[in-house]
Design a protein around this ligand. Structure first.
Ligand SMILES: Nc1ncnc2c1ncn2[C@@H]1O[C@H](COP(=O)(O)OP(=O)(O)OP(=O)(O)O)[C@@H](O)[C@H]1O
Length: 230
């Protein structure tokens, strides 16, 4: 259940030269919440996730995770970037050794279960399909016992049939008490999965909706998205 604040943005803007990735963005993320970060291409989703991961620093405002600057809290943050390159000869077993060395919260038993659930072949990366590589990256990130999982379009490249099954398991079973922020522009995917949907447009927060409020109004996430974009 949602409880104390795990992370927050306070009036955050992030500029890239003349372009602005995020503008005057404020949001509180409680512990134990599954949040869908939704928006069209270029809305600011990756910028928001990278700020939370401590990979970007705000131009204005403040970002906090566990009451600290994100870089200081990074031992508790699992970040799955949109397109990380993995070493071509690395196998899932090598991935385990690498992650164990880097992160004390990496759980080999959980990793094994994730590899089986995600049907990742035990072969070097360079011999895996794009979708299989995506599944391996997801298993590596979720096998950590983090307090905050930041997943940037984690299902890109994974076939449509598997996406729903994976997303449901991710949010309902694998995260335990942690907070998950998952970005997607496939808004329909967020239906019935997340506790909360946060909509971004042109770097600004345009709607922050609790799933139960949407349900009580008889609205779907897709309806809401169309409404706020109109
Ligand atoms: N390194 C950069 N340099 C210049 N502009 C950038 C940079 N990164 C992002 N932007 C701009 O900031 C805005 C937000 O980009 P961001 O990557 O956060 O969007 P997004 O919602 O994740 O999009 P997508 O769904 O396409 O991944 C866009 O206008 C983008 O062009």
């Amino acid at each position: 259940m949602a409880s104390e604040v795990l992370a927050r943005f306070e009036g955050v803007s992030k500029r890239y030269g003349v372009r602005e990735g995020l503008h005057g963005f404020s949001l509180e993320l409680p512990q134990g919440q599954a949040v869908g970060l939704l928006g069209l291409n270029g809305a600011g989703k990756t910028t928001a996730l990278k700020l939370l991961a401590g990979l970007l620093v705000p131009t204005a405002g403040r970002v906090e995770v566990l009451g600290q600057r994100p870089r200081e809290a990074r031992a508790h943050i699992a970040f799955l970037a949109e397109s990380d390159g993995l070493y071509p000869w690395l196998t899932p077993a090598d991935g385990e050794r690498m992650m164990k060395g880097l992160y004390p919260d990496f759980r080999p038993g959980r990793y094994k279960e994730l590899l089986a659930f995600l049907e990742v072949p035990a072969r070097p990366i360079k011999t895996l399909s794009k979708g299989q590589q995506g599944r391996l990256r997801l298993a590596l990130a979720l096998a950590r016992e983090a307090k905050l999982y930041l997943l940037d379009e984690p299902l890109a490249g994974i076939d449509l049939i598997s996406r729903d099954r994976i997303l449901r398991a991710l949010v309902q079973e694998w995260r335990a008490e942690a907070t998950v922020v998952l970005s997607t522009h496939e808004v329909a995917e967020a239906e019935g999965i997340f506790d909360r949907a946060v909509f971004l447009k042109e770097g600004k927060l345009i709607l922050d909706a609790q799933a139960e409020d949407l349900r009580s109004q008889g609205k779907s996430v897709v309806d809401m998205f169309k409404e706020v974009l109109a």
